[in-house]
Ligand binder design. Sequence first.
Ligand code: PMP
Length: 466
Amino acid sequence: MAPPPSFGANSAAARDIANVLHPYTDLESHQQVGPVVITRGQGVRVWDEAGKEYIESVAGLWCAALGFDNERLVQAAVTQMRKLPFYHGFTAKSHEPMIDLAEMLIARAPVPMSKVFFANSGSEANDSAIKMVWYMNNALGRPLKKKIIGRVKGYHGITIGSASLTGLAANHRSFDVPLPGFLHANTPHHYHGARPGESEDDYATRCARELEDLILEEGPETVAAMWAEPVMGAGGVILPPRGYFPKIQAVLKKYDILMVADEVICGFWRTGTYWGSQSFDIQPDILVCAKALSSSFLPISAVMVNEPVFQAIAKESHTIGTFGHGFTYSGHPVPAAVAIETLKIYDDLDIGSHVAVTGPHMQAELQRRFAGHPLVGEVRGIGLIGAIELVADKAAHANFPPAAKVGPRLSRLCEENGVIGRTLANDVLAFSPPLIMTKDEIDEMLTRVGKALDELTVQLRREKIA
Ligand code: PMP
């Protein structure tokens, strides 16, 4: 298909259409519609090539925690590039950034952890952890204990293993995943999942019972681990009902099943505590993190494992002669140096105290501005992660038909009003702004979103959709 005439032949948009295969994009429509080309960033804002300014309400992809410029991170990268631009960790080679970062993560872990393995993305970290769980159970002489439980609407990435763990249709359909051996427990979303009159506590108890039923049906001797995000991110910013994780973990403990916390979004103060695990009483055996680990200035992710997991893996690697897993860029010194500096900046800025003020402010403002809006079914969140979910019927908690494309239309209107916003399935508008966002910037962002929502309401009423 030829680029549409509205783009100049040599424009960035035309060259994008001609050459780029975009992640997470309707590729056919893109040939007509074209990209939004972002050229620079500063603080919580980015600018496109026409000079239009946007507030980034999701910090890119829930990740640029320190915003879109930071001289300390630039210097950390430059200094490390000059000193040692590349080295690796294979066959016992090491370097200081990898050692220092591992030490810092262990010191900050929510529960005692033993060792850190590095990868480049959340998906790779989750795939690595899946393989570690399998490897561990082979070491322990229980080769049947291999099934992995994710959750419907959980998001853990898109490599073959992590996509199998993910519980979203768009990541499975036509890709021939999930692989066998991946199970999906129910989404613990009180707003949609609870029975009439069922309390959060009773609902959490039922979620744990349903998990136990699933494990018993499969055979506990075949189930190795359960993965969970503290707050489900890409699946819709879904907070667990009160008491959910302690109840879930009691079931897992009973059947000797590992708990893996996917902290790729929730880690590093997003939920108001250093880790999402601390906000929701999770005691993980394995913890996966990425994104805010380096404020996403460079790609890096990490898998932390506790001592029993490490001991089993170490024993198996000794039997085989090597732990035959690792990426060329595992613990790459430049992203590691940037991650070290990022963690120092979080400490120096006391970003936790900042989020302790701005998080509750954002939650209160989301409620005040949107809870009573005729299109808004639920306002939810914790810390600096939140969402508003649009519904066709507030009383019935019923979403709009997907064909109405209400969410994508809201995203577009947000952009027109100067906010890059991310809508998820079920017309959920997510908020996960840079952690450095001030109260005034939160207000400005929500004022722009409010305008977009009002414009959407007028449009939907005119079209008799709402
Ligand atoms: N886990 C979670 C919870 C995520 O949100 C994401 C990415 N949004 C991933 C894993 C995958 O990370 P990546 O895109 O870096 O592979």
